[in-house]
Design a protein around this ligand. Structure first.
Ligand code: GAR
Length: 207
């Protein structure tokens, strides 16, 4: 399958969705890399027999040197696709350009709304009636790359940031492997800053 490296920082429930829903003949997850040693996703990788590694940002003096070491580690697995799955680091332009067109992220908002952190709290405070998640190609602009696919959930009257986060995350587990499978099938590409599906530009909000 498509040689895939998955980067995580935490629980790794999206990683688990890839493990559970994509056959190795589709996505061959050749490594899971975390910037945090305590990420629960590392246990998920271990349980699934997937090679995993920790590369702590604390061992590097600055963002550029960390990203350089990270890219060297990723490249040692010769991936065709790199998946950011709750990887909570801002990436340098050098890193992004090295993987341009084969680097995907999932962000817990209906981009372009709420780039950055605390997306669920911000959707609640804005009084939004719907919220969701976006899979997108990663470009130099933080959470600004072209959208591939979005999931939508209602915001309910009694929601807290946690209840809303859980509702969104449950949709991510279907959304992300599905979007990745389009890439793996060769149907999706990044061209001139736009996401193309079967050669045609996707709408700004993705599928
Ligand atoms: C997911 O909700 C993902 O959208 C979000 O982190 C969570 C990771 O959960 N990503 C970001 O906020 C990226 N800036 P997981 O570790 O259980 O997959």
């Amino acid at each position: 399958g498509c040689r895939t490296v998955i980067l995580i920082s935490g629980s790794g429930s999206n990683l688990q969705a890839f493990i559970d829903t994509l056959h190795p003949e589709q996505a061959d997850i050749v490594a899971v890399i975390s910037n945090r040693a305590d990420a629960y996703g590392l246990e998920r990788a271990a349980r699934a027999g997937i090679p995993h590694a920790v590369l702590s940002h604390r061992d590097y003096p600055d963002r550029a040197s960390y990203d350089q070491a990270l890219a060297a580690l990723i490249d040692s697995y010769q991936p065709e696709l790199v998946i950011l799955a709750g990887f909570m680091r801002i990436l340098t332009p050098g890193f992004v350009s090295h993987y341009l067109g084969r680097l995907l992220n999932i962000h817990p908002s209906l981009l372009p709304k709420y780039t950055g952190l605390h997306t669920h709290q911000r959707a609640l405070e804005a009084g939004d009636s719907e919220h969701g998640a976006t899979v997108h190609f990663v470009t130099e602009e933080l959470d600004g790359g072209p959208a591939i696919m979005q999931s939508h959930v209602p915001v309910l009257p009694d929601d807290t940031a946690d209840s809303l986060a859980e509702r969104v995350r449950n949709t991510e587990h279907r959304l992300y492997p599905l979007a990745a499978s389009l890439y793996i099938e060769g149907r999706l590409r990044l061209e001139n800053g736009r996401a193309l599906l079967d050669g045609s530009p996707l709408p700004a909000s993705g599928l």
